[in-house]
Design a protein around this ligand. Structure first.
Ligand code: 5AD
Ligand code: SF4
Length: 467
């Protein structure tokens, strides 16, 4: 342990980056770094970047321009600041970042963050450090676990990475190039991480991975385990109340995983299952490896296993060659499934991916118009879904104090925020709420009397600060 220093990590993009940021912070804590929300007061600033869409690279350079000015100013006051770039743009750009933005002294790819301490030490000693080779060692083994008080401060819901990378090679996507091929962690390590989190008061775990349902890690019995098996084992942890997983690929929704939704009560009835397009022709061009009919069939089977299941999806509009007819197929698919929530994106050509080289790129104004129409539809569906919850009783996991005095906010099984008037001791437990009203995206309700909160609130370690 050395002198007290501060690190500021700014994360962009997906949950994998949120998770990586936390693990970098945990690992740097061993070197005396504590986290700060202010870039100005940090000794080390890490931009944890995302490369999935839009002008990601240009955004990083303009952010670096702002940081350079800040660094120059603090240096004029005699302070030193180190700027590092991590994440998928770091992986894709490598040493080009230091060439274009010499104020950056460290570039580290997502597969190398376990070496962060050593890399920062080298950069602090004056070296310009670039580490983007895919590491052969197990990075998860070397990343530090969070200190108990840090886990408690992060709240009762946590992410655990179980799988990284992707072998699907959808033609629009950079992930297989930036995060590498699919790799799963062993059940033993996942379980140890989950048990450690639960011991500090975590009640909900979301298993994350770019292609999480392709999980096939070494099981406790030495055989490969699937995601459903891993979920079943985690469900045996008594104090863990809820389990979720994201993001899934339709091709990997196997029978056992669908059955898990029927059999494991802790597994929440909310599934993010991106389809991207409703047109078979475009699905083929995207190399999605499934048809529209196959997707409908999966939705139907999941709904049969768990009738109260709600779905969300990602959509891309304006993929090369997408016609009005293809887009109408997407709208029709959305109407047929009826989603609780959707993420919609304009196609953005990613350097090095096959779709970026395709003819018939769709003009920007057509993409914008389609995005607008799709968003209008999915927002209407989301509103209808939220309205359908009014008048129902839902189990809510309470997370933190709300904005108003005496209010505690929790989440429904469908991740909707639910504020109720309740005692603080309810935080960390599940209780039944009668939903009376929808206010924007929040469900306003009241605790149903005589339903005991699970578990008894006094079995929870003190949780008093939230991320
Ligand atoms: N352009 C637009 N959206 C993309 N996504 C991935 N790559 C691209 C791209 N090149 C979207 C997909 C994916 C989500 C994480 O981001 O919908 O599911
Ligand atoms: Fe990208 Fe397709 Fe893999 Fe998802 S499944 S990470 S969209 S290549």
């Amino acid at each position: 342990m050395s002198e007290a220093r501060k690190v500021h990590i700014k994360s962009f993009g997906c949950q994998m980056n949120v998770y990586d940021a936390r693990r970098m912070a945990d690992t740097l804590a061993r070197d005396g770094y504590s986290e700060t929300a202010s870039a100005e007061e940090a000794d080390l600033i890490i931009l944890n970047t995302c490369h999935i869409r839009e002008k990601a690279v240009e955004k990083v350079y303009s952010e670096l321009g702002r940081l350079r000015e800040m660094k120059t100013e603090s240096e004029s006051e005699g302070r030193r600041q180190m700027i590092a770039v991590a994440g998928c743009v770091a992986q894709a750009e490598g040493k080009e970042i230091i060439r274009r933005a010499p104020s950056v002294r460290l570039v580290v790819g997502p597969q190398n963050i376990h070496r962060i301490s050593e890399l920062v030490a080298r950069a602090n000693a004056g070296e310009a450090v670039v580490d983007t080779d895919f590491a052969v060692e197990d990075k998860f083994e070397q990343l530090a676990t969070p200190k108990p008080e840090v886990t408690r401060a992060r709240g009762i819901s946590a992410f655990v990475t179980v799988q990284e990378g992707c072998d699907k090679f959808c033609t629009f996507c950079v992930v297989p190039y930036t995060r590498g091929v699919e790799a799963s962690r062993s059940a033993e390590r996942i379980l140890a991480e989950a048990e450690n989190l639960v011991a500090q008061g975590v009640k909900e775990i979301t298993l994350i991975g770019q292609n999480v349902n392709a999980y096939h890690g070494r099981g406790l019995d030495g055989r490969d385990w699937t995601l459903s098996k891993m979920i079943a084992r985690l469900a045996e942890i008594p104090e863990l109340l809820r389990i979720r997983y994201t993001t899934s690929h339709p091709r990997d929704m196997d029978d056992k995983l669908i059955e898990a939704h029927r059999d494991i009560e802790k597994l929440m009835p909310f599934l993010h299952l991106p389809v991207q397009s409703g047109s078979d022709r475009i699905l083929g061009e995207m190399n999605r490896k499934h048809t529209r009919a196959e997707y409908f069939r999966i939705i139907e089977r999941v709904r049969k296993a768990r009738p109260d299941m709600a779905f969300s999806s990602d959509f891309i509009v304006g993929f090369p060659g997408e016609t009005d007819r293809d887009f109408e197929d997407t709208l029709a698919l959305v109407r047929e499934v009826g989603y609780a929530q959707c993420f919609t994106f304009k196609y953005s050509p990613r350097p090095g991916t096959p779709a970026a080289e395709m003819d018939a790129q769709v003009p920007e104004d057509v993409k914008s118009e389609r995005l607008y129409r799709l968003q209008e539809l999915v927002e209407r569906q989301q509103h209808e879904f939220n309205l359908s919850c009014v008048g129902k009783e839902l189990d809510v996991l309470f997370e933190k104090p709300g904005r108003h005095e005496g209010q505690i906010v929790g989440r429904s099984p469908y991740l909707q925020p639910v504020p109720v008037m309740a005692a603080k001791s309810i935080i960390g437990s599940v209780a039944r709420v009668r939903v009376n009203e929808l206010r924007t995206y929040s469900l306003i309700g009241e605790l149903v009397a005589d339903t005991p909160a699970t578990p008894a609130a006094n079995s929870i370690p003190e949780v008093n600060a939230f991320a």
